[in-house]
Design a protein around this ligand. Structure first.
Ligand code: GLC
Length: 434
């Protein structure tokens, strides 16, 4: 989900990119750790942790992507029920389902210094870009006081340039969903072979952020990477990445996935799976609650992403953070809302009702949660082992290079080799812009 090329403005301040997987924060032992070290952001406004204690009364606006699950509306309603009598309110604004379009919407407001989104549900990949633009409050005092409450991997996604730029909200990882009676796939190759016999696999193949994730899950499992270890150049055009893309492309050519996946984002892949025609669905954890209803109730299973034959396995760390706009008129109330979102009660509700990945560990062992989301232990493990997408203020351009060219290959317009060669050179051009 995301993007709006040309809209991403790269600041002229000195920045360096950290490569995927390089760690720096010291706050995480996770393989997803990737943020903290790169870049240098100075001059941002810092919010004191105490600002949320008795902020000015009023209403803050919470902006988020399409509320597919109902979690945003639920959290806002609970906040208003708890604090309304004290004069504190939150209002919900929904952006489109596409991550790229959510980013564009937020950027337009920040460029206008409008402050109309006090709190924004920011995808984990935007921390470097938004903080570099000084669009966010520095929340280091609040986060360091609360750091021990959070799972390391999502916490690390708000760490950049030695500071924390948001409050963890939900984490995310993808699974292969399938129905009782079908085989549990152990390799990606097997997923594609089995899919051919069971109607096919549906996933997110449209040219947007989701496709970058779907491709990198196979590419990282095959042993590929996006950037060199120093983060300075693209290593996308590698034999491992070509192999991963070849599997996806031949999957479409040979009928393991419908050609229509090249136009699917999350909602379309859910709708396709709902028709009952397809054996497998690759989607994020929210999809369990969405599909474990009606005729599928009790018959839906979630498998951790498989191994790439002859190589390893990988999942991509997703999720969102509550970031506070530097133009908010009531940042203290915004922090009160972000803190409420991260509270044990809201986190338990998020996983229990909406199968969203909580950012605090205790809920994964809660008996109610284990009953509602049987794969909760595997979800926690997937988060801890997930790989981050590259951390860079120009990540949006890097991702656009990946998803545009991968989509061209999936649609049969170019060969996998040619697609990755072109993406590789576009990534190097993006890296050269700062
Ligand atoms: C999910 C993930 C997010 C990712 C997006 C791609 O919302 O949580 O991190 O960027 O999907 O579509």
């Amino acid at each position: 989900m995301r993007r709006g090329l040309g809209i991403a403005i790269v600041s002229t301040i000195a920045l360096t990119v950290t490569a995927c997987g390089s760690s720096s924060s010291g706050s995480s032992s996770s393989s997803s750790s990737s943020s903290g070290g790169g870049g240098s952001v100075s001059g941002a406004k810092t919010l004191a942790a105490s600002a949320m204690n008795s902020p000015p009364k009023g209403t803050i606006t919470y902006c988020t992507g399409k509320d597919t699950t109902g979690d945003a509306a639920y959290t806002v309603a609970q906040f208003n029920a708890k604090y309304g009598a004290q004069g504190y309110h939150a209002n919900l604004v929904q952006f489109p389902a596409s991550a790229d379009q959510q980013r564009t919407q937020f950027i337009q407001r920040q460029q206008a210094k409008s402050g109309s989104c006090d709190v924004f549900s920011s995808d984990v990949i935007w921390t470097a870009e938004f903080s570099s633009q000084k669009w966010l409050y520095d929340l280091t005092p609040y986060v360091t006081a609360n750091a021990s409450k959070f799972i390391a991997a999502p916490l690390d996604t708000i760490h950049y340039s030695g500071k924390y730029w948001g409050v963890p909200q939900t984490s995310d990882a993808a699974f292969i969903y399938y129905k009782t009676g079908e085989a549990v796939p152990s390799t990606w190759q097997q997923v594609y072979a089995d899919a051919k016999k069971t109607g096919g696999i549906v996933y997110q193949g449209a040219p947007y952020e989701g496709l970058t994730c779907d491709f990198l899950e196979l590419a990282f499992a095959a042993g590929g990477q996006v950037l060199s270890a120093d983060g300075k150049k693209s290593v996308l055009n590698s034999p491992q990445n070509v192999k991963a893309l070849e599997l996806m492309v031949s999957g479409i050519k040979q009928g393991s996935a419908p050609q229509a996946v090249t136009t699917y984002m999350e909602p379309e892949s859910d709708q396709a799976f709902d028709t009952g025609k397809y054996g497998y669905l690759r989607n994020w954890t929210y999809a369990y609650a969405v599909h474990n209803t009606g005729a599928l109730k009790g018959k839906l299973h979630a498998a951790a992403l498989p191994t790439f034959a002859g190589a390893g396995k990988a999942s991509i760390l997703g999720g969102h953070n509550s970031v506070i706009s530097a133009y908010s008129a009531d940042p203290g109330l915004a922090l009160k809302f972000a803190d409420f979102f991260a509270s044990p009660a809201m986190q338990k509700a998020a996983i229990l009702k909406f199968s969203l990945a909580a950012i605090i560990p205790s809920v994964y062992h809660d008996p109610d949660v284990l009953k509602a989301v049987p794969y909760a232990p595997q979800l926690l493990q997937a988060l801890s082992q997930a790989k981050a997408r590259p951390v860079s203020p120009v990540y949006p351009q890097i991702s656009q290079a990946i998803y545009t060219n991968v989509n061209d290959a999936l649609a049969g317009r170019v060969s996998p080799q040619a697609a990755l060669q072109k993406a590789d050179s576009q990534i190097n051009s993006a890296l050269a812009t700062f």
